[in-house]
Design a protein around this ligand. Structure first.
Ligand code: ARG
Length: 461
């Protein structure tokens, strides 16, 4: 018998029962549903909407139910549609009439809205902590590699010399922004829809400030229609998570490149690589590839929910039940990817010799060579042209710029002098790039300082 069976003359068709039901996926919010109900019942008792004794019976019943769910003693049923009605039915079976009073001044519309906010608030906290762990690893690795010279790329062509620290700290900047995006999202999400009722509030003298406070929200949502129909916070979270995955995916792509024989900048730990069933020599970066691959699922969830919401009239519509599976999948995916990615990074072996030998090829000191002339008063465009000619000559002769003799250099421009060799040495090139945000040791030390302060502030908070 359905909780809402009063106005119906027929049983729900079995097909509809299954189609309508969300218990298979919303049961994961059992804890939040009980937390929300505990706050609601306490408020109902405090405001005199129900008897205090009933409120206490409800609280005791809910706590017993929670313990039994956690002990694996409870079976939910699709006959009761969703987690909200399952729990109400189970409670009522246990405590009788008091259980039937729990839903006073409440609708499943504000109930599901509060459950999802509570659930996602917790999950986003866990994801934030995982991002902070990733940042810790990046900070440690970067501190070790402030002197590890590698080629910096544009168009995946060797461009200018940087350090491995500089490269890692670029990702640290991205993941730090991801952390703050989650923090911003949490701040906007942390308002309580409970008490919005079905859509139009309620005639009972409820106290929305009390339930908001009991549930750790900053206050109640201002508008009851918005309270039950807003899913902005889910979309905002999905968009922040999409960005996290986009960053992880770019990084994964580089890890995959770096551990190829073509680069060999790193070697992944055996525990974080996989073999081939046919090729005995293979060691594959499956973890990085899967992270890259799973990015699409999270983007898909974002598009799915944006589309679900785009034409919904106010207030609640059943379409909104379709918010859960995508966001649960996105949250699960990100929570799967972050720890394994972090551990993969933490255990990989960096091969600085291969980075420096790649840096030595590809004329990545050509800009510095032109800058050398510019600092002697040659207009940059003329210096650029002279060095361009040298690069052309080097390519034909199979030489690097520093292998050219002084007369060869002077043939391109008379202002080249013996000190040019020092100036275009890769160590000098990186060391001289000490503009704010640059790869010099001073530059990466400053960046590490910013990163470590960011982490420390969050550790203390
Ligand atoms: N299972 C529903 C959902 O996830 C709960 C709210 C149902 N409300 C309603 N009026 N049918 O959206």
């Amino acid at each position: 018998m359905k909780l809402w069976s009063g106005r119906f003359q027929k049983e729900t068709d079995a097909l509809v029962n299954d189609f309508n039901s969300s218990i298979s996926f919303d049961q994961r919010m059992y804890q939040e549903d009980i937390t929300g109900s505990l706050a609601h019942a306490k408020m109902l008792g405090d405001t005199g909407v129900i008897e205090k004794a009933d409120a206490e019976a409800i609280a005791a019943g809910l706590k017993g139910l929670l313990a039994d769910i956690e002990a694996g003693k409870i079976q939910f049923t699709a006959d009761n549609e969703d987690i909200h009605m399952n729990l109400e039915a189970l409670l009522t079976a246990r405590i009788g009439d008091a259980g039937k009073r729990l839903h006073t001044a409440r609708s499943r519309n504000d109930q599901v809205a509060v459950d999802l906010r509570l659930y996602l608030r917790r999950e986003m906290g866990e994801i934030r902590a995982m991002l902070l762990s990733l940042l810790e690893v990046l900070s440690r690795l970067a501190a070790q590699h402030q002197h590890t010279i590698m080629p910096g790329y544009t168009h995946l062509q060797r461009a200018q010399p940087i350090t491995f620290a500089q490269h890692l700290l670029a990702y640290a900047s991205m993941f730090s922004r991801d952390v703050t995006r989650l923090e911003d999202c949490r701040a906007r999400m942390n308002l309580c829809p409970l008490g919005s009722g079905a859509l139009a509030g309620t005639t009972y003298p409820i106290d929305r400030f009390e339930t908001a406070q009991l549930l750790g929200f900053d206050g109640p949502m201002a508008n009851s229609l918005d309270g039950v129909s807003d899913r902005d916070y889910v979309i905002e979270l999905l968009s922040a998570l999409s960005m996290v995955m986009m960053h992880l995916s770019r990084f994964s792509e580089e890890i995959i490149l770096w551990c190829s024989w073509e680069f060999k900048f790193i070697e992944l730990d055996d525990a974080y690589s996989t073999g081939s069933s046919i090729m005995p020599q293979k060691k594959n970066p499956d973890v990085a590839e899967l992270v890259r691959g799973k990015t699409g699922r999270v983007y898909g969830s974002l598009m799915s929910l944006l589309t679900t919401m785009k034409s919904l009239p106010l207030a609640y519509n059943k379409d909104m039940q379709e918010d859960k599976e995508p966001v649960f999948d996105a949250v699960d995916t990100v929570k799967q990817c972050l720890p394994v990615f972090t551990a993969m990074l933490d255990t990989m072996k960096v091969l600085p010799e291969n980075m420096i030998s790649a840096a030595k090829k590809g004329f990545i000191n050509a800009t510095d060579c032109a800058d050398y002339l510019t600092k002697k008063g040659v207009p940059f465009r003329d210096a650029y042209k002279a060095v361009g000619q040298l690069v052309y000559a080097c390519t034909a002769a199979g030489k690097t710029l520093e292998e050219l003799t002084l007369p060869e250099l002077q043939a391109a421009h008379p202002l080249f002098d013996a000190d040019v060799y020092e100036a275009i040495d890769l160590k000098t090139c990186v060391g001289q790039r000490n503009s704010y945000g640059g790869p010099s040791v001073a530059g990466t030390t400053k960046q590490l300082e910013i990163l470590n302060t960011f982490l420390k502030e969050r550790e203390e908070a």
